[in-house]
Design a protein around this ligand. Structure first.
Ligand code: NDP
Length: 460
């Protein structure tokens, strides 16, 4: 089954990561790709998806409005918001949905926000502000103050006021015009987003607002994870939340639409949130990630998947050595000896120990030299794939075992003993890694995601 996210630019979209997680979690056949499109290509793209085994696609900036006229049907939410972010393909027809509103609503509900009777300050009056204001009106907020640099806020307030008479929509030009205690403030402007203008001055007026105890600040932006808006709000004692949960919740709602099934979301949303947070942290740090562990623990295959998820380069240390020497590792051991091999390993590790957005699968014995471990940990992340010997023997199988220089000539019993001994000798080094991931019963994609999730929970 095929799915896409379309937009321009699209290369930074995190949606493919979310759907990769869902594919692995539910073990479903789903290929989800980014597609950069020009406006003139939208209609052709719609037609092309009908001819392949495509379940639907997500639509992001700047086409959320432009695609409405191309869909065969759209939901009421789409009509009211004049914006869609999901196309479902069903029985040869395209149906447009808006799950951004579900993302906004669920983010607030999951924070325990009460809605009814609360007062909110909304920054901005564009497409996302409309979706936010719609959710607020639908959930009987008492008053929504809209603050925008231009008078676009008047149109927003007027259209929402007609739709939701029980909520008061008030346009303001200065926070001094707010005459009530606030329970929530939401930023929908791009100020403070990575690569955009700073928001520190614009949002400094937050400090003069009368906020209720436990008030929340929600920024739709998620790069950086902590925006100028959220930093300022935090300094005022507010609870803060960035736009990642909204992104996750809209994607889970998309999944439910495409596959026409309800899913249990509470644990899943947190897991995906941690994955996305970990990815953004790792991309920002740019450190290399070295994977260590016994032979057969899946360092190479996990490393490849990890590098794909992060868009980092991947290197296998043994393969680099083989390429340099034009000999296999077994042949190097046989003809030149282990010491010669270990010297080559140290040389390449020293070369790779400078952060360059790389994932490197080490050899099982690479850390037996303390100097290698020290070099790696100076500026990079070291991750130990911790697995039981019996799992290894089972995984490797006879074919693979016969290729390993330290095991090839041994009987089954001797191999088990050898691996146990190797593990005992090396575990002390392995356990000095920044991350210790227990990987029995996990597939390599699970392991790659486990590494990323752990990153989001440790202090680096
Ligand atoms: P729009 O362009 O429709 O609206 C942007 C709003 O910000 C407008 O009200 C605009 O004011 C205001 N604004 C823009 N620049 C400035 C500035 N320099 N100073 C003051 N105000 C400014 O964008 P969207 O509503 O579609 O998106 C807004 C944000 O929401 C983006 O940062 C986007 O990344 C984020 N977003 C996050 C999602 C998520 O899943 N987390 C989903 C969708 C969006 P004016 O009206 O005067 O032009």
């Amino acid at each position: 089954m095929q799915a896409y996210v379309i937009g321009s630019p699209i290369k930074h979209s995190l949606s493919p990561i979310i759907f990769r997680y869902l594919r692995n979690y539910f073990q479903i056949d789903l290929n989800y790709d980014r597609k950069e499109l020009q406006r003139s290509e939208l209609a052709t793209f719609f037609q092309a998806t009908l001819k392949e085994n495509c379940i639907g696609f997500n639509v992001t900036l700047p086409y959320k409005e432009a695609v409405i006229q191309l869909a065969d049907h759209v939901t009421d939410n789409v009509k009211k918001l004049n914006s869609l972010n999901v196309i479902q393909i069903k029985n040869g027809k395209t149906i447009g949905h808006n799950t951004d509103v579900i993302g906004i609503e669920n983010t607030l509900k999951n924070l325990g926000f009460a809605f009814k009777g609360c007062n909110v300050l909304l920054w901005g009056a564009g497409g996302s502000a409309k979706a936010v204001a719609y959710v607020l009106g639908k959930n009987f907020i008492s008053e929504v103050y809209i603050l925008n640099r231009s008078n676009r806020s008047n149109d927003l307030a007027n259209s929402l006021q007609a739709e939701f008479p029980k909520t008061k929509f008030t346009v303001i030009t200065d926070v001094a015009n707010i005459d009530k205690e606030l329970h929530l403030t939401i930023n929908t402007t791009p100020l403070g987003m990575t690569g955009k203008e700073s928001g520190l001055t614009y949002f400094s007026t937050l400090k003069s607002i009368n906020f209720a105890k436990d008030a929340i600040a929600f920024d739709l932006i998620y790069t950086p994870l902590e925006t100028d808006f959220l930093m300022t709000a935090k300094s005022c004692g507010l609870k803060t939340v960035n736009g990642l949960m909204m992104l996750v919740d809209q994607a889970l709602a998309t999944f439910e639409i495409w596959f026409e099934r309800r899913i249990e979301k509470s644990a899943l949303r947190q897991e995906i949130y941690e994955v996305l947070t970990g990815i953004l942290i790792l991309k920002k740090l740019g450190k290399n990630i070295f994977l260590t562990g016994l032979m057969g623990s899946g360092k190479s295959i996990t490393g490849r998947i990890l590098s794909e998820l992060l868009n980092f380069s991947f290197y296998d240390l043994d393969a680099l050595i083989e390429e340099k020497e034009k000999l296999s590792v077994s042949e190097i051991f046989k003809t030149k000896g282990e010491k010669y091999f270990r010297n080559l390993e140290s040389e390449i590790i020293a070369h790779k120990a400078h952060p360059a957005k790389e994932v490197i699968a080490l050899g099982g014995g690479s850390l037996t030299r303390e100097n290698n471990l020290t070099k790696i940990k100076q500026e990079n992340l070291l991750c130990y794939l911790n697995v039981h010997v019996n799992t290894l023997l089972h995984r490797l199988g006879e074919d693979e075992l016969s290729k390993r220089p330290l095991l090839s000539s041994l009987t089954t019993k001797e191999r088990e003993e050898k691996l146990q001994n190797l593990l005992q000798e090396r575990q002390g080094h392995y356990k000095k890694a920044n991350l210790n991931i227990e990987i029995d019963n996990q597939n390599p994609t699970d392991v790659a995601f486990m590494i990323i999730r752990q990153i989001s929970t440790i202090k680096l």
